[in-house]
Design a protein around this ligand. Sequence first.
Ligand SMILES: *Cc1c(COP(=O)(O)O)cnc(C)c1O
Length: 396
Amino acid sequence: MDLTRTLWQHPRAYLAAEQPEDPVLFFAPAALRTRARLFLDGFPGLVTYAVKANPEGAVLDNLAAEGLRAFDVASPAEIALVHGRVPGAAMHYNNPVRSRAEIAFGRAMGVASWSVDRAGELAKLREALDPGRAEIAVRFKLPVKGAAYDFGAKFGAEPARAAALLAEVAQAGFVPSLTFHPGTQCADPAPWVAYVAEAASIARSAGVEVARLNVGGGFPSARGGAEPDLAGLFETIARAVRSGFGASAPALVCEPGRGLVADAFAHAARVKGVGEDGALFLNDGIYGAFAEMPILGLVGGVQALDPEGRKIKGVPEGRKIKAVPEGDAAALVPRVIFGPTCDSLDVLPGPLMLPRAVGEGCYLLTPGMGAYSTVTATSFNGFGTLRQITVERLDG
Ligand SMILES: *Cc1c(COP(=O)(O)O)cnc(C)c1O
């Protein structure tokens, strides 16, 4: 099996040779493998991959080749994908609301662990699953800040309800566990500390010794900025578990999506046209690979390239823009960035500071684009084609 399909050294080499009209997503398997190793070696428990972040076959293959053998899935399609692509992998079905048909499908495909956050859904699981065999993890939520996007708004039981559900899970004979998800792109470790402490308190008030504690996804990616301190985060989580649970510490599970996959991809968009006011019209936008930007903001470290793929130098950040004379092609100026559709919402949050020289035919190369990009892109207005190219490395 060819896991890398390496054809190009780096994105600029491809852009220079091909000068593509469609947007391109560059995948560096080596970057993904390095990040996976960091999780597998550093996280003090089982590492599962949240498939929804990027379900590309090449992503699953490379994670499996690096030794990752457990996946967080949320739908029959994701279950079938993992089942077919990584035979024997453990599947954790962590969408807490499922139809009876979805539960039956998960059971038939050998799902090992199920999350639940309300009594009606636990009743459905109790009818369909054999106690003793299956793990049921009660998902709880806290009103904590720190993530770029709050996941507690939809799923998760309040702590008192979670304790009641946990007691019922244990009484019914299932393997009792707890789970939470602190949000996404969670750069601050504080939510994990608060959640782990609450997990210990829920277990105590339920009178249940939990088998496993799933600390969710939410691990940050660089998003074009500083490398996240994952080792520090793992240590903080381990310390919180020791102080919260003491001798009855549960085994740990994590389920990163973005933190594993985002920084293994970069995206190239081409400038189709320039407005009289300097606004740039790209061949990709919020209905395509940039769907997350209105929620999470711009990714840092965007590199401007000329139509032949050469870097366009920008005046270093910090220098006063106003003082730069007209005609200075390197001067960073604020540019409004529009996507290709006819919808006026199709504009990136910004403006983005880019060299004045950026014009028609140029490329914008955006790092950290591997999560929630391919999966959420639409074909609205006939756009959304995203070519995928494998590269040895993303910089160069
Ligand atoms: C989306 C999701 C994840 C992955 O979140 P990231 O922020 O991408 O790490 C993990 N667990 C659950 C339950 C999710 O819904």
